[in-house]
Design a protein around this ligand. Sequence first.
Ligand code: AMP
Ligand code: GLY
Length: 420
Amino acid sequence: MNIAIIGSGGREHALCQKLSESKKISNIFCFPGNAGTAQIANNLDINYLNFKSLLNVIKLLKIKLVIIGPELPLVMGLTDFLRKNRILVFGPNKYAAKLEGSKAFVKKICRKLSIPTANFKICTNFQQVKKYIKECNLPIVIKADGLASGKGVSVCKTKKKALVFSKEILNGKFKNSKKVVIEEFLEGEELSYFLVVDKKSFKFFGSAQDHKRVGLKDTGPNTGGMGAYSPARLMSHDLERKILKRIVIPTIKFLKKKSSFTGFLYVGLMIKKNNPYLVEFNVRMGDPECQVILPRVKTDLFNIIYNSCKNKLNKININWKKSKALTIVLCSKGYPNSFKKGFEINNLKQISKSKNFYLFHAGTKTNGNKIVSDGGRVLNFVGLGSSFKTIRFNIIKKIKEIKWEHGFFRRDIGWRVIKK
Ligand code: AMP
Ligand code: GLY
């Protein structure tokens, strides 16, 4: 079968790598992919947000299954469009994608279903914001309602900052966000919990802890993710039971009445005294969480995806390796603020190959026979093993092999789980 992967990040390279190991796939096409996927699949630089031209290419290349990596095409309804044209799609439809596309939508569901989450207020004008903030304790979390590429959330230590950021949102800083969600600040430790879902059932798809802040010990501005490890430190049977009972099952039941969900569901949680609170849903794999979860999966990924597209997920088992995995993201200097692109990355080919090591590309592209940086998050160094400390030590050695002066990375990924 010919398949396509939509997207160009580290997540999509990890998906591509895992799918390339399946014997059931003839050709993988990446729209548009990156310099890493180019080594194992066929990249095609097309604008996947132009649904009609995408469909023409899909038909021309006899692609039977499309896997959508990032959130934007899901929120815009690419799944609905392709399904109408009889293409098999792994990814939720437009209604279900509102779980990620609108924070106000999720908060309303939480209230309706009594799902544990931070107290909140949805505001559509500045008067409401001012009135509510007056009564809030600090810090206050201010969120743009719609997608904002990870930039729409600010944890504000002063009321002034909260007012300024809310005003920016209402004034249209994030195009699709006409509402502000104001939240109480939740203390605790974050955990990302993943599921594969189809119409009839769902299955656990790993846990991870992401490091979203740019600075050591999780300080500084939010990024897309500077590194991650899997399984997450706090995961236990008891916690999982609570996550499923209090958050996942009510949400999936609710969705079933109005829609159907096929794809990955990412449950972003804050854990406080072994109790889960919902921070966010995402309707896709996390990036970089995907890069540490997929290498731990033993089962053929194509089987998992194909069976869920056919609503037969309940017929298969997902098996896991015993190994742990950790990734460090090498970023362009300046990220998550402004940074320059187009710097050659030397020595990539010389990085010593070893078992239990993966190098997933993110913001890279091929320029002639060179590989150049093309984004904020550039490369994901991933290791597997039995000790997070040893994995991290070995990864940092590999990063040093490329000597790329335009990059930086966090050396403390996994600090909560790696004791000195
Ligand atoms: P979100 O896009 O909603 O996941 O928010 C991005 C990040 O902001 C989360 O991963 C948390 O680190 C932080 N955050 C969001 N909401 C809260 C909250 N209510 N309390 C504490 N931290 C939060
Ligand atoms: N790593 C966070 C995300 O994928 O949203």
